[in-house]
Write a protein that binds this ligand. Sequence first.
Ligand SMILES: [Zn+2]
Length: 390
Amino acid sequence: MGQGPPEAFIPPLNGAGPTPEVDLSLVKEEFERCNSDIIDVHLHEAAWFDSADPLLTEMSLSHISRGLMLSVYGPIPSPFSDDPNEFTERMINESNGRIYGLASLNTTIPDWDSNGAVELERLATYLEKKPGFVGGKVAAPHSCLPLNSTMMRDVLRTISQSSSPVLFTHIGTTPFCGPLGNFVFGRPACCGPEFVDPMHLENLIQEFTNTTFILVHAGADFLPPTGENFYGGENAEKSIMLAEMYDNVYLEISAFLDETSQGPQILDKIAQGGLASKTIYGSDVNHFPNALGSYLATALDMFIEAGFDQEERCMIFAGNAIKVFGLEMSGPTMQPMDDNAQEGEGEAETPETDVAMTGLSSSGEIQFHKKATLPAVMVLIWASYGLNLL
Ligand SMILES: [Zn+2]
């Protein structure tokens, strides 16, 4: 103690590499009961796909009909694409109506007063002119963007004036708040209350009444109880309170639904608050292949355990996202990926579970689609912690 490097908090690396066979029979039944529509609103770029097909195949195998891909701009460039909005747009266009996008902008540029207009235009262009983009997203702690700030108000003004007035915003802490932030970003993320406490959004929630605020991760804690910036569930409670108080506030529940986390407590509070109609399913786990199905199966178990009935679960899995993002009422017909398909009758390939799928080479580097190779460990950390990145 006191010697050596600071102790890093390592959350479960959902999807980090091959996962054991997961029984998805209950998920399949749920999918059918929910009008064959389960929507995952939290998908990311990742090293293992450069076209929509591998992701769509995994979605099908996991009984996920549709998804939203998040564009991510931050203090360091994406290792996966030259321009995240462009990448998202390509996935939308290749997805046959199964992938939608959340546009973003870079709020970490210097001198926002002089340079912000270009970034706001980037956001507006994708929100307004590009089909398939259904809202805008930011991640305050990662980009050190105070929730109640001129920059945030500028972002909200742009979003509120668009035809997709939805703000998808990270709320709560992230593992990047500590030494990991230093390692990846060159500095820790910003995790004081002004960046992670949803009450700092309240005046903007009141001001931009035409805009839906989706509180991503519902304010969950992603830091150890022993360290700095541990909020002890406070931000989740405040997020739930805001969703109760304001018609234009919703909760997104990605990344914390695993057995070792605060997931059950947060879901219990959502259920007790009668907030099934304000809660949206997302995973934030597609950083590696073969993660979507197991996360969904765990989430379904937890929803049942928390007492959500069938109608409520279908709202969380699809209905609320359809309403908030203005999606078509039912998803495109999805080629069923049943047992036969997995046995080779289907056209799509079953995702491999070996390292080839990740692009991991024998020299320990990951081959990126567009970028130079980086040490594999760096990418694995980036991707793993991307669970809570945005
Ligand atoms: Zn994420």
